[in-house]
Design a protein around this ligand. Structure first.
Ligand SMILES: [Zn+2]
Length: 319
C-alpha cells in the first residue's frame, strides 16, 4: 500500500534506530565519517520487507534564507507499505470536526497537519544532567526525543510521535510553522510544556531583549555573533538587556562532552560566511558580577539550538 500520511519518523540503518528528521540530521553531522544515510519505514513489518523511505535535506544545516529548506521524510514512490503500517491510512479528516472539538482546536489541528513535523508535547526536564553527553552505553536515548525512544530506565519504547525533549526538534518545528503557516494558523498553535502547562507556541519563544532575569521558562532567541573563546565559544547577542550586552559562553569541557559537537563545529566553520547565527536557548539570564553586561547560561547543551543566518552579501567587485 502507498503511504499517504506525513512520515515524521523513519528507521535509520546507520544509526540503528528510529529517528525524527532532526535526529537524522544531528546523527549525520555527528559521525566522524560523512556519507548519505539510508532509511527504512519505522513500522516493523515494513522494515523487515526492506521498505525504503527517503530523507530530504537532512544533510543541510538549517539556515535562515528566503526559502526555508525544511528537512523531512517522504515515501519512496516504488516501495509499498504493509497494511499495518503507521503511515498508511487517512490523516485525520481535516474538514471534519472531531467529537467535542472546538473551533480553535479544529483550526489548530488543520494548521499542524500542514507541517512536516509538529510537536504537541515538549519536555525540557526529561533529560538528566548527563543526557546529551557521550552515551555511557548503546541503550541511551539518541537525544532527539520522540519516536521509539529507548527509555533508559524502563527499556520500553515510547509511542509518542509528537512529544520530544529535543530543543533542536522544537526549534525546527517552530521555524517551519512560522515560515509556512499564515499568521492566524501560526497563532493557533499550542504546545504542552512539562512544568509550564499549555502555552501558545508563539509565546513559548521569546526574543532575548524581553528575557526576564533568573527565569528559564521560555526559549530565548536572538541573532548573535560567534567567537571562538579558547577551546570553547561564545555568542554575543545583537539585542541588549537594559542597554547592556548579553553573552553566552560555553567552556571547552562542556562542548567536548556533547554528543553532537561535530554538528556545531560544522556550523561554526560557516562563521565567516554568514551574517550572524540565530541562537535559541533555554537558559537563565544573570547580571555579570562586574555589572557591565548579562550572561545567558544553559545547564545542558541540549537546551541550545543554533541556526545559520543568511549568507553574507557578496562583496561588490573592486574597482
Ligand atoms: Zn511502512
Amino acid at each position: 500500500m502507498k503511504s499517504n500520511k506525513r512520515i515524521t519518523h523513519a528507521y535509520c540503518i546507520e544509526a540503528e534506530e528510529v529517528l525524527p528528521i532532526t535526529g537524522a540530521m544531528l546523527f549525520y553531522f555527528a559521525r566522524p565519517e560523512r556519507g548519505a544515510l539510508s532509511f527504512l519505514c519505522s513500522t516493523d513489518t515494513c522494515r523487515k520487507r526492506g521498505v525504503k523511505v527517503t530523507g530530504v535535506n537532512y544533510h543541510v544545516p538549517p539556515q535562515e534564507q528566503t526559502k526555508h529548506q525544511t528537512a523531512h521524510y517522504r515515501a519512496n514512490p516504488v516501495d509499498d507499505h504493509d497494511a499495518s503500517c503507521e503511515w498508511v491510512g487517512i490523516e485525520g479528516d481535516v474538514g471534519q470536526r472531531l467529537p467535542g472539538e472546538t473551533d480553535r482546536q479544529l483550526e489548530e489541528r488543520k494548521a499542524k497537519l500542514k507541517l512536516n513535523d509538529f510537536i504537541d508535547v515538549f519536555d525540557p526536564t526529561e533529560a538528566g544532567p548527563e543526557q546529551g553527553n557521550e552515551p555511557p552505553d548503546e541503550q541511551l536515548d539518541a537525544g532527539e526525543g520522540g519516536g521509539v525512544r529507548r527509555n533508559s530506565r524502563s527499556g520500553r519504547p515510547s509511542p509518542m510521535r509528537h512529544s520530544t525533549n529535543s530543543l533542536e526538534r522544537l526549534v525546527q518545528c517552530y521555524r517551519e510553522a512560522k515560515d509556512e503557516l499564515s499568521k492566524e494558523e501560526f497563532e493557533a498553535l499550542t504546545i504542552q510544556v512539562k512544568g509550564l502547562g499549555e502555552v501558545s507556541l508563539q509565546s513559548y519563544f521569546r526574543p532575548i531583549e524581553w528575557a526576564r532575569l533568573g527565569v528559564s521558562d521560555r526559549v530565548l532567541f536572538g541573532g548573535a555573533r560567534y567567537k571562538k573563546y579558547g577551546a570553547g565559544f561564545s555568542f554575543t547577542f545583537f539585542d541588549k538587556h537594559q542597554g547592556k550586552p548579553i553573552s553566552l559562553y560555553v567552556k571547552s569541557a562542556t562542548i567536548n562532552a556533547y554528543r553532537y559537537r561535530r554538528y556545531w563545529f560544522e556550523l561554526f566553520e560557516q562563521a565567516e560566511n554568514v551574517a550572524y547565527f540565530r541562537v535559541y536557548a533555554l537558559g537563565t539570564l544573570k547580571e555579570r558580577e562586574d555589572g557591565k553586561g548579562y550572561d545567558l547560561s544553559v545547564d545542558d547543551l541540549r537546551h541550545l539550538a543554533i541556526v545559520l543566518g543568511p549568507q553574507k552579501a557578496a562583496e561588490p567587485p573592486r574597482e
